[in-house]
Design a protein around this ligand. Structure first.
Ligand code: 5GP
Ligand code: ZN
Length: 118
C-alpha cells in the first residue's frame, strides 16, 4: 500500500482538513505556504495521467470547499498537481497541492531556455 493510501486508512496519522466518501484533504507535512493542503482521492490513482473525467467530477467542488474551509478562497490560492519525474512527483498517489494564505511567488521552473520551444 502506498504512503497516501496508508494515510487514508489512518495507518499513518495526518492532520485532517476534511473528507467525504471520495476524497481526503490533509495538511502537508512540509508546508510551502501558510496554507498547504493535499487533496487526494481515497482510491489509489497513480497520477493525473490516470485520472478520468468521471473521477474528476466531484473533485472540483471538494477543492473549492477546502479553500473555503481554510479561509483562502476569497484572497486567492493555487492548485497544483505534479506529474511524473519531470513534474517532480515524489508520492505516486495523485494529489492536488492547495496553496495559499499569502501572496505566492511564480517559480523558476526550469533551467532550459523556454524560448527554444516556440
Ligand atoms: P509531490 O512532490 O509528490 O508533488 O508532493 C508530495 C508532498 O507530500 C510533499 O509536499 C511532501 O511534503 C508531502 N508529504 C510526504 N510525506 C508526507 C506525510 O507522511 N504526511 C504528510 N502530511 N505529507 C507528506
Ligand atoms: Zn495510494
Amino acid at each position: 500500500m502506498c504512503l497516501f493510501c496508508k494515510i487514508v486508512e489512518k495507518e499513518i496519522p495526518s492532520n485532517l482538513v476534511m473528507e467525504n466518501d471520495e476524497f481526503y484533504a490533509f495538511h502537508d507535512i512540509n508546508p510551502k505556504a501558510p496554507v498547504h493542503v493535499l487533496v487526494i482521492p481515497k482510491i489509489h490513482v497513480d497520477s493525473f495521467n490516470e485520472l478520468t473525467g468521471e473521477m474528476m467530477k466531484n473533485m472540483t467542488s471538494f477543492i473549492q470547499e477546502v479553500a473555503l474551509k481554510t479561509d483562502i478562497k476569497e484572497a486567492g490560492y493555487r492548485v497544483i498537481t505534479n506529474v511524473g519525474d519531470n513534474g517532480g512527483q515524489e508520492v505516486k498517489h495523485l494529489h492536488w497541492h492547495v496553496l495559499g494564505g499569502a501572496k505566492l511567488k511564480w517559480g523558476h521552473f526550469s533551467d532550459a531556455n523556454a524560448k527554444d520551444f516556440f
